[in-house]
Design a protein around this ligand. Sequence first.
Ligand code: 5GP
Length: 194
Amino acid sequence: MEMLEERIRRDGIVRSGNVLKVDSFINHQMDIALFEEMAKEWKRLFSGKPINKILTIEASGIGIAAIVAKEFNVPVVFAKKSMSVNLDGNNYTTHIKSFTHNKIYDVIVSKKYLGPDDHVLIIDDFLANGCALVGLLELIEAAGAHTEGIGIAIEKGYQLGGQIIRGRGIQLESLAIVESMNDQTGEIVFRHNN
Ligand code: 5GP
């Protein structure tokens, strides 16, 4: 998506440790007009799919997912991260290794908000190694719900997540795919499939 790539080129900052900072428009301050354009693009890319729920993970996915939910006119649920899980049987639970914090979190979704009638579109800000998405897919499977697709704002195409998810036959639509980035020069190269 041209608009997102341009914004990343202009305002994204490449940090050492393979981290792309997009705090000025996605991860801290949020550009809602940009999110609305991204949501429209996903609506087009997933048209014809019977999506009735958006699922994301706290915290950074929530802003984008909320705008996507408005575009699809469906509810949005976010999986909650916690250091200790209350095993009371009311939640689906999995573990996710955080790319940015290098910690393992328990992640939960209440059984009240995800179930067999749900046709889910997962939305998240970044795709790196795919740990967050694999965890969310486990929660959907545990709930007996259906994964209709995954929308990612920025995929780091040189990490393995995209390959893992596409290898499972899931429709994955990343609006910008970073082919390479250089923390010395700040240069970011995008991948285009066409
Ligand atoms: P994964 O689970 O795919 O390895 O990593 C995905 C999660 O890590 C995303 O939800 C995002 O919060 C975070 N993340 C991964 N790479 C980056 C990055 O380069 N920049 C930022 N800001 N977050 C990242």
